[in-house]
Ligand binder design. Structure first.
Ligand code: GRF
Length: 214
């Protein structure tokens, strides 16, 4: 199967997918065919290059310059072209791994019509800390005694941010006195395992759906 990965930063989850797809024996029956980043400096672009995987830097800035007075117009044009960039690679699945740009229906609808599923890794439990800085917000809630656990989920992407149906949910107990950095490291270690499992499960789901729809 053909997996396209969207990134914005370090790309440690992209690296986990690359390593799993190339392990011997492979632990992920797929190839990572292309990487798209919305950030030029994303280290994940270097990881793709090092792995011989083609990549595209898709810059929102360029669209904002084109539409200086209409940010919504800029986002819609950006998302429309993002969908085209993705579909040009004929992926079976799109994985958002550390992707920090909200995908509007303008991006999602063409993928849906083409039968391409899109999943996302979010470092919090369903409905707990949707949106950005989830780990930090969980950490602060723990300091305030509001929660005792957090976790990660892999879910289907819909227009409502981080609200799509979960594929995998993993909980972790929070530890009194633990630093934010240590919590982040524990969470990233779980992400690197579950991003592979979630991708495999989404591909298996797709395989079944294709059979029934065929
Ligand atoms: C991860 O916590 C991911 O869930 C979040 O960004 C962090 C870094 O991901 N969205 P990566 O190292 O860029 O894959």
């Amino acid at each position: 199967s053909r997996v396209l990965v969207l990134i914005s930063g370090n790309g440690s989850n992209l690296q986990a997918l690359i390593d799993a797809s190339r392990a011997n024996p492979s632990t992920l029956d797929a190839s990572i065919i292309h990487v798209i980043s919305n950030k030029k400096a994303a280290y994940g672009l270097k990881r793709a290059a090092n792995a011989g995987i083609s990549s595209t830097y898709h810059s929102l800035l360029a669209y904002k310059k084109e539409n200086p007075n209409n940010p919504q117009e800029a986002r819609q044009a950006y998302d429309a072209d993002l969908a085209k960039l993705i579909l040009a690679q004929t992926p079976d699945l799109v994985v958002c791994a550390g992707w920090m740009h909200i995908l509007s229906p303008t991006a999602l609808e063409p993928l849906k019509e083409a039968g391409v599923d899109i999943i996302n890794l979010h470092p919090a439990l369903p409905g707990q800390f949707d949106g950005a800085n989830a780990i930090e917000r969980a950490y602060e809630a723990f300091q305030r005694g509001e929660i005792t656990k957090t976790g990660i989920m892999i879910h289907h992407v819909i227009a409502a941010v981080d609200k799509g149906a979960p594929i995998i949910v993993r909980e972790i107990e929070m530890i009194k006195g633990e630093s934010l950095e240590d919590l982040e490291n524990r969470i990233h270690a779980i992400e690197h395992v579950e991003i592979v499992n979630g991708t495999r499960m989404a591909l298996e789901e797709r395989g079944k759906n294709k059979q029934t729809s065929a």
